[in-house]
Design a protein around this ligand. Sequence first.
Ligand SMILES: Cc1cc2nc3c(=O)[nH]c(=O)nc-3n(C[C@H](O)[C@H](O)[C@H](O)COP(=O)(O)O)c2cc1C
Length: 343
Amino acid sequence: MNYNEVMQNAKKLVNGKCKACDVCNGLACGFTMPGPGCRPPYNTAARNFAKWQDVLLNMDNIYAKGNIDTTFTLFGREFDLPVIAAPIGAPQLHFSDKYTEELEYDLEAMQGCAESNIAGSYWVGFEEDTYIRKLEAIKAADFGGFLIPAIKPFANEKAKRYLDLCRKYNMPAVLMDIDGAGLPMFKENADDSGCKSIESLRMLREYAGIPFILKGIMTVKGAKKALEAGFDTIVVSNHGGRVLSCLPSTAEVLEEICDAVGDKMTILVDGGIRTGYDVFKALALGADGVLIARTISTAVVGGGKDGVGAYMEAIKKDLCDAMEMCGANSLAEIDRSMVRVIR
Ligand SMILES: Cc1cc2nc3c(=O)[nH]c(=O)nc-3n(C[C@H](O)[C@H](O)[C@H](O)COP(=O)(O)O)c2cc1C
């Protein structure tokens, strides 16, 4: 099954909120939520996609070409690509009813990640028993990958219980979407859920005892605070435009964040990254790796675990193409001189 076949299949299986568009640019789904859209009044998902189109490749074929190596290292582990499957909550609601429940989707997606040798992340659920069921299922499936539970910025005591479970089930790392503070359930509470102080974040990071990724950083100020709280890995992300409207795209803020803290932290980025060319652009602007959400979901809908494999093959092909044509034999050789940003 190639990626084109996966997408043809996905078109038949999506629920109409997602249309499995040939180009996932945030326009057809618009503000459809539930669905894969984003929060009105301005289409931040479309902006995310569009701004990568303003990053152009500087082709240069005069260099000593070697074997192209896309190997990516994160937390001491080697992966085939600098791509991580981003967490997606309630895919059965937003994309397709092919999967009757979230766990079925998660297992298929995570197996696809493990078999493609990329890291994957999955949302764990608001209720602790849902979370435990997921951890047990992931553990029992024994896919052998690097599969990261994604928790919300729960109140500190609940977050600690979730971190306890990560350790109990021997999870390799944990991710928290701090921008989940935009969800109504956190907004309505005046406790320590949602937005968190540097002290709370520092306490939780130390408490975790496993690698901890903080997702949802959109400013240099925020990245410096994450650093102050002791984080060494962040995701520059606006949650695909779903938690707040009127945000800049991630492509627009990535470079300044990398310039400020890139030598002290691992910086990942997501939002509108669809192809291996986009992955190349993100690395050229300073990111170490990327996360992809919506198009991995359509690949899972269209081809299950093999859909993820087919999509990753397509990404690798385009990434290698960009690397070869711009003069980089390895990810470390991709640099700022290899792209031009149209402003
Ligand atoms: C339907 C949907 C559900 C999502 N659920 C979560 C979630 O539970 N946790 C999280 O951290 N991010 C979640 N996200 C955000 C994604 O992980 C990612 O940050 C965002 O979609 C940007 O990437 P993309 O343009 O590749 O989709 C969700 C996004 C979508 C579209």
